[in-house]
Design a protein around this ligand. Structure first.
Ligand code: PAF
Length: 286
């Protein structure tokens, strides 16, 4: 496995492997099973491609009071995991390599980004779009994988590919969970013992309410969100940021379930740590 730190090294590596297609797995490092499952999925879905993982804690997607400085960094462990799971190369640039000091061009997404996670993280998805567009241009993949846990990010990045004509197929990776249902996230490391003990309530509540909708017991999004709220508030350290039931493509809040493909989205604070998760439902017909 090749470890590439500069854009030039990446370009040279691509040139030397002329004729081969690439699958991109972008990450911010601190790799856990959620990330390695994406590399595994890349191997399964595009076995003939080189797999390029990227490890870059992207400053432009963090707000001024967010955890950019304290975000976990463990490059040696991450590289070992990438190698074990079969990455062909890892691109891990320094911030100064990725961004010019006076960089003045970025990408702005104006339809899906301002709500949900974007409401409490202004500019976040523009930072994600900008860095992912740069990674697309640098690595020129035919396929790229992103986890479904960050469901809004996945929807925004599908728009990026559609609206800017990147010839790239996006493959979503299913959320990987601990045995008690908590979605794997680098930020789980911030939870106290008590917060960690209560955090599985998010997935438990999302799953129960999704079942209630599928079985017809919960007839409207309003009813379903009310039940989600009650369930999550029953865990003492939980503070709800948002609970929404949205259309899985446009992310618009649903007003009824007829002819929809709903996605239940949750963002919940446990202490200072904001956890997100989501659950999908098959298309519901009238
Ligand atoms: O999901 C992430 O880890 C990041 O947002 C991404 C897609 C690697 C861009 O920095």
């Amino acid at each position: 496995m090749e470890v590439l730190q500069s854009k030039q090294d990446l370009r040279n590596w691509i040139r030397d492997r002329r004729g081969r297609e690439r699958t991109l797995v972008p990450t911010m490092g601190a790799l856990h099973r959620g990330h390695t499952s994406l590399i595994d999925l890349a191997r399964e879905t595009t076995p003939e491609n080189d797999i390029v993982a990227t490890i870059f804690v992207n400053p432009t997607q963090f707000g001024p009071n967010e955890d950019f400085d304290s975000y976990p960094r463990q490059l040696e462990d991450d590289l070992a995991l990438c190698e074990t799971h079969g990455a062909s190369a890892v691109f891990t640039p320094a911030a100064g390599e990725m961004y010019e000091k006076d960089a003045s061009i970025s990408i702005h997404e104006s339809a899906l980004s301002h709500r949900l996670c974007g409401a409490s993280r202004p500019g976040h998805f523009d930072g994600v779009c900008t860095v992912v567009a740069k990674l697309f241009l640098l690595t020129q993949p035919s396929t790229a994988l992103f986890g479904e846990k960050d469901f809004q990010q996945l929807a925004v990045l599908r728009r990026l590919v559609r609206d800017l004509d990147f010839p790239i197929e996006i493959i979503p990776g299913p959320t990987v969970r601990d045995a008690d249902g908590l979605a794997m996230s680098s930020r789980n490391a911030y939870l106290s013992e008590e917060e960690r003990a209560h955090a599985p309530i998010i997935f438990a509540a999302l799953s129960r309410v999704a079942r209630g909708i599928a079985e017809g017991r919960l007839e409207s999004p309003l009813e379903a969100v009310a039940e989600l709220t009650r369930e999550i508030e029953s865990a003492p350290p939980a503070r709800i940021d948002y609970l929404e039931i949205v259309d899985s493509i446009t992310l618009e809040a649903l007003t009824d379930f007829k002819n929809t493909t709903p996605r239940l989205l949750a963002a919940v604070f446990f202490g200072q740590t904001r956890l997100i998760d989501n659950v999908g439902l098959p298309a519901l017909n009238a």
